[in-house]
Write a protein that binds this ligand. Sequence first.
Ligand SMILES: *Cc1c(COP(=O)(O)O)cnc(C)c1O
Length: 232
Amino acid sequence: MTSELDIDANLAAVQARIRDAARAAGRNAADVTLVAVAKTKPAELARAAIAAGHRVFGENRVQEAEGKWPGIKADHPGVILHLLGPLQRNKVRRAVQLFDVIETVDRDRLARALAEEMTRSGRRPDCYVQVNTGEEPQKAGVPPREVDAFLRLCRRDYDLPVRGLMCIPPIDEESALHFALLAEIARRNQIPCLSMGMTADFETAIRFGATHVRVGTAIFGERPPLVPAASG
Ligand SMILES: *Cc1c(COP(=O)(O)O)cnc(C)c1O
């Protein structure tokens, strides 16, 4: 396969950059978790990262993850899998089954379906609420002015295990403003985890308090251009 790709070296380089960014921010690098985003990449590359000692991964689509991760998780029970892409209600059961963290909770009916499935199955993956910090109409996430009420709904009415907030800043804007906004929403709602920062801006995110950075390209290489497809 991609013989020029050295997953081990890439992981080490990203971890070193995380350590440097944490130190520069006066933070402990152990408080920043690297979520290695394996979407579109074959299971062999995920297994290479596991062989290098990595355990926390992200995927965008339930269906793709189902083709890749059950076997890996059976072999490596310590693996933690984050769902980073939009979740459709008809895939909630499968998502709760496979994922350990669902980062894209962003609407009432989805939150209710997750709560029902958690009660039914007894599995309770951590939930993060996705915030549409840029208020982009085409993007998923709760608008900032509605987040506090949505968090109350998720925690109080649905008893969801809400542990974090997640955002994907607009590509043409300064990420820092969006990271600062997400951190402020987390602070006033006493939410411990902040998932923000990708290959292009994870060091900035660490400066603004990210506890989880989601890095794909810097570890697994470039992806083919996005093709529009069903979400979930
Ligand atoms: C693809 C993706 C990432 C990783 O992006 P890179 O730029 O390759 O690091 C992070 N978060 C989400 C939600 C993604 O879809």
